[in-house]
Unconditional design. Structure first.
Length: 401
């Protein structure tokens, strides 16, 4: 709760506060400023009052919960264009570890059109969900924030999960933020690591911070539940699918009508992506060491021989040497290829966050102290403009190209 107080004995009627209010909540009455119900307690008027006649009092809301009432790990089962997103299955795999550590169940949270709801629920069970909380409605045919958020908030308030995980996709970020705001709980975005603190049993959420210069581990305040996080695709491995798994589907109704949804989808145009880093099995990336746009020529030539995608570090993209769609890292794509070849990339934490889970990492750099060598499977200390052409010729021989 909050309230805006205007001291009538101090107010001089200068009217400085009136144009400062972005909501038109202030006016003059008998030479004194007064506030009406449009006030949002933003404090803009407090800052401009020259005689300090306006004060904003905020009463902190005491929040107390019973931690034992919250249990189970939930994963939001995201889908689009008739297909469940891979990140949902990856999170079920990681959620299994968290649930085991807490001694609770792993559950899916699914909102879908009746035509696809049950197959998607069974797919979530095949990837490890013991329960799937399912809300079916034609309103879920195309993603819109309102019905998704309404369904999620109602389910979470009723069943009280301890942890809820979302994919850090366009949909997941929009959806998770709305749910967290409505429930008034925290949300850690773009996590690259999740585990359970052995002493407190709280969720430890690790993500790059300060522009990717350090890794921060975040724990939610104990009086707020559920603990919520978004995680990028390819951060965790895909678990094995087992269609023989059995699980429970718990159906709940959607308490919303089409008239209550504030948005209408007129048309959905899917953009064409020319660089598919997320699904590439081999990626050859260039960094600051390539020296300029022309420096990507040997990178592309090696990628062509290997049938690989071309990636880049943030430094190369920020310098304008290659387009953003090639960027790998915390502010670019998170990838998990079988082979990642880093050419002239020093290996900042920000970049490592996007590729360190690659199966094999080959680092080529002139600096033997470059951080990339600490996570590399194979390291080559040398000039990339000498090493990369040599690799290209050798691969051509071996591959018969």
């Amino acid at each position: 709760m909050a309230r805006l107080i205007i001291d009538k004995d101090i107010c001089t009627g200068c009217e400085s506060c009136i144009p400062a209010c972005p909501f038109g909540a202030l006016s003059m009455k008998e030479g004194i400023a007064v506030v009406d119900e449009k006030c949002t307690f933003c404090g803009a008027c407090v800052d401009v009052c020259p005689v300090n006649a306006i004060t904003l009092e905020k009463e902190e809301k005491a929040v107390t919960i019973e931690p034992s009432a919250y249990k189970d790990v939930w994963v939001f089962i995201e889908h689009e264009f008739g297909k469940v997103s891979g990140v949902s299955f990856e999170l079920l795999g990681e959620g299994r570890k968290l649930a085991n550590a807490l001694g609770c169940k792993l559950c899916g949270m699914l909102f879908a059109d009746p035509e696809v709801a049950e197959p998607f629920a069974k797919e979530a069970i095949a990837y490890g969900a013991e329960k799937v909380y399912l809300v079916e409605s034609p309103l879920f045919k195309i993603y819109r924030t309102d019905p998704y958020a309404k369904a999620a908030v109602d389910l979470i308030r009723k069943y009280k999960p301890e942890i809820v995980l979302f994919g850090a996709t366009t949909q997941g970020r929009d959806f998770a933020g709305t749910v967290a705001t409505t429930l008034e709980v925290g949300l850690t975005a773009d996590c690259t690591g999740l585990d359970i603190d052995p002493e407190t049993k709280y969720l430890r959420q690790t993500r790059p911070a300060f522009g990717g210069n350090i890794m921060a581990t975040i724990l939610d305040y104990p009086n707020y539940r559920p603990q919520m996080a978004t995680v990028r695709s390819k951060v965790f491995p895909m678990p094995e699918r087992d269609d023989s798994r059995k699980g429970e589907i718990i159906r709940e109704p959607l308490q919303m009508t089409e008239e209550q949804v504030r948005t209408k989808v007129l048309e959905f145009i899917k953009g064409t992506e020319t660089v598919n880093l997320a699904d590439a099995e081999i990626i050859v990336s260039g960094g600051r060491g390539v020296g300029g746009p022309e420096g990507f020529k040997p990178i592309r030539e090696l990628a062509e021989v290997l049938g690989a995608a071309v990636g880049a570090s943030r430094a190369a993209v920020d310098s304008g040497w290659i387009s953003y769609e090639h960027q790998v890292g915390q502010t670019g794509r998170t990838v998990r290829p079988k082979i990642y070849i880093a050419c002239g990339i020093s290996g900042s934490i920000q970049h490592q966050a996007g590729m360190k889970t690659s199966e094999v990492i080959v680092a080529i750099n002139k600096d033997p102290e470059a951080p990339i060598f600490k996570i590399a499977t194979y390291g080559i200390v040398g000039d990339l403009f000498t090493v990369v052409p040599m690799l290209k010729e050798e691969f051509k021989k071996r591959l018969g190209r």
